[in-house]
Design a binder for this molecule. Structure first.
Ligand code: NAP
Length: 308
């Protein structure tokens, strides 16, 4: 696998804490199932796991560290919640590395556009020390992306990627030019919540209730025409509705990060990102998605956490 061009990434937000998994997704998954999911990902050459300190109520990173991280790539983040204090990134990364039980992370994202210059300067030093192999930014607008790239350019360090919210029903960052800018500059664009936390899955498949399902229950009704369109496209390629959501993103040249906790989900993700959708199918999906016009928290859902 080429880390510069991953086909897909496994999201570990709901790994680790059983209580968190139940609250967020309606069910928890045992360690054996998660280990099997990792093994399946390795078989399929989907070797990047996306993490952050708060995932699984702080347990996801520790768990993956216990499982062993020798033959996988780790994508981790620094979440700047307070005004910049020198040394804050180093301290946070040290905690990450002790949880992962290794000396470096493969990709390290500045999770929010806060104190961009200061935080990236410190991340740059850790990059030079070899503790960070690639640098990315997450939840950044286009002007903020350009600011971040200028900081790294000045330090002679490449910007690896941008990780923002993107799905069939939320293509805001494409409309605002971030996706195109990444493409023009050879920067990877990773999409989080490609399945909209379970909203872009098959409504006929019944799953246990959860906080997220409660949040989007009303929207599923509005999404019916889109599910029908996704089903129609999926049937042509012998894939499911959630796989169409994954394939749509992959066919945009965007890297989908999917919250996979079960081996079948990893297998389906692998299958989906290898499906070639036609230009007509892509346009059809976009047109129906725009027509249903379901409002979700949106592209800028973390703006409230961006300290001025
Ligand atoms: N940078 C950021 O600010 C940021 C923010 C949020 C998330 N992220 C990253 O993005 C990742 C993905 O987001 P997410 O985990 O919140 O949500 P998601 O991937 O949009 O959705 C996960 C949901 O989809 C279901 N699912 C997965 N594969 C499926 C399949 N093949 N068939 C049917 N259902 C399927 C899961 O089912 P089960 O309930 O059965 O597992 C779960 O309910 C996170 O794990 C995290 O790594 C980054």
């Amino acid at each position: 696998m080429d880390i510069k061009e991953p086909k897909a990434v496994i999201g570990a937000n709901s790994w680790g804490s059983a209580a968190y998994g139940k609250l967020l997704r309606g069910s928890s998954v045992d360690d054996e199932t998660l280990k099997k999911s990792i093994d399946t990902a390795k078989e399929k050459d989907l070797l990047i796991f996306d993490l952050a300190q708060d995932y699984g109520l702080g347990k996801a990173q520790k768990m993956i560290g216990e499982f062993g991280t020798e033959d996988i790539y780790i994508s981790a983040k620094f979440t700047p919640m307070k005004k910049y204090v020198p040394g804050q990134v180093r301290r946070s990364l040290e905690r990450d590395l002790s949880e992962f039980r290794r000396g470096y992370v493969d990709i390290y994202w500045l999770h929010l556009p806060v104190d961009i210059e200061e935080n990236l300067a410190e991340i740059g030093v850790l990059y030079r020390e070899g503790k960070i192999r690639n640098i990315g930014i997450s939840n950044f607008t286009l002007p903020e992306c350009k600011r971040a790239k200028a900081v790294l350019d000045n330090a002679g360090i490449p910007l690896y990627g941008v990780q923002n919210h993107y799905s069939l029903i939320n293509r805001e960052w494409e409309k605002q030019g971030v996706v195109g800018w990444c493409r023009e500059n050879g920067i990877s664009f990773w999409a989080w919540a490609v399945l909209e936390e379970g909203m872009l899955t098959d409504p006929r498949v019944k799953t246990k209730g959860s906080l997220m399902k409660l949040v989007f229950s009303g929207k599923k009704k509005k999404l019916r025409p889109l599910y029908a369109a996704m089903n129609r496209v999926g049937k042509r390629h012998d894939i499911t509705i959630p796989q169409v959501a994954e394939a749509f993103v992959a066919n945009k040249g965007i890297v989908p990060i999917c919250g996979c906790r079960k081996p079948y989900q990893v297998e389906q993700l692998y299958e989906a990102v290898n499906v070639k959708l036609t230009a007509r199918e892509m346009k059809f999906l976009e047109t129906v998605a725009d027509k249903v016009n379901v409002s979700i928290l949106g592209a800028d859902m973390f703006r409230f956490a961006v300290r001025k």
